[in-house]
Design a protein around this ligand. Sequence first.
Ligand SMILES: [Fe+2]
Ligand SMILES: [Fe+2]
Length: 139
Amino acid sequence: MSSSKLIEALNEALAWELRAIAMYAHYSAYVSGIHRIQLSTHFNNEVTESVQHASVVRAALVKLDGVAITERDTTPILHTSEYKEMLNEAFKTESIAVKTYSKILPLVEEVGDTELYDSLEVVYFDEQRSVEELRMMLK
Ligand SMILES: [Fe+2]
Ligand SMILES: [Fe+2]
């Protein structure tokens, strides 16, 4: 069975993780006002999480004999120092991540690799948790 569709979808997810790393690092540096105390650390933790997700996706690509992308998704990153705008951008990014991984999971099921499925499902749940957390933060 060809796994080219899965490889393509994984590379799409990887490109978004690479973009997330750049976005959250930027926001961690630029967030201003009283919320900086908490959000700078929060965004930094998101950088770490995205690095871990990228590593899971890259490992999956290696296992499937695919070539992992090295460029981030080209969707522009909004420059701002307003925490509310940052959280809105984060919400959009995390929602796209949920969509991307929900597209990947059925493709992994087709390939029939349960180890791969488990590792990517963990990432999918992380993204879902982020969306829910951001929804609460934006209330
Ligand atoms: Fe992620
Ligand atoms: Fe995320």
